[in-house]
Design a binder for this molecule. Structure first.
Ligand code: FEO
Length: 163
């Protein structure tokens, strides 16, 4: 059985994951409208991954006999001034999610909640991967600047992302 404080923290994280879904969906639609089909595809795959994170937390709360309470989802930005600006926002966002996961882990350890710590271990590893994926994209975009050829090449490359 989850303690109430942990149940609340996990519900907050469910909201954060659904906001992540919403943010990447907004970036995907933005890129689609800007005719960057590859970036749009990459962001849509990222959004789907975020929804799978939310569902993983939801299933876990249920497994532990807790209650899921879905709250309002904050409205994400709708447009970005450049491709770099969007990916830099994604990078900043992932770093903030990593901090959240680490704080959750601290709480689980303090509460001697080994089951939740075990779930969070998966997310700790996932955050390492998410940051490691975004960091080189942002670095490449910083190097590319406004060069259209290189931008469309990267768009093509990121369009190959699998699910
Ligand atoms: Fe669910 Fe991108 O962290």
């Amino acid at each position: 059985m989850l303690n109430k404080a942990m149940e609340k923290s996990l519900n907050d994280q469910i909201n954060a994951e659904i906001f992540s879904f919403y943010l990447y969906l907004a970036m995907s639609t933005h890129f689609q409208q800007a005719n960057f089909g590859g970036f749009a595809h990459w962001m849509r795959a990222q959004a789907q991954e975020e929804m799978s994170h939310a569902l993983k937390f939801i299933d876990y709360v249920h497994e532990r006999g807790g209650a899921v309470t879905l709250g309002a989802i904050e409205q994400p930005k709708g447009t970005w001034p450049s491709v770099l600006a969007a990916f830099a926002d994604a990078q900043t966002h992932e770093r903030s999610i990593t901090k959240r996961i680490n704080t959750l882990m601290d709480k689980a350890i303090a509460a001697k909640d080994h089951a939740t710590a075990n779930l969070l271990q998966w997310f700790v590893k996932e955050q390492v991967e998410e940051e490691a994926t975004l960091d080189p994209i942002v670095t490449r975009l910083q190097a590319i600047g406004d060069a259209p050829g290189a931008l469309y090449y990267l768009d093509h490359e990121l369009g190959k992302r699998g699910a």
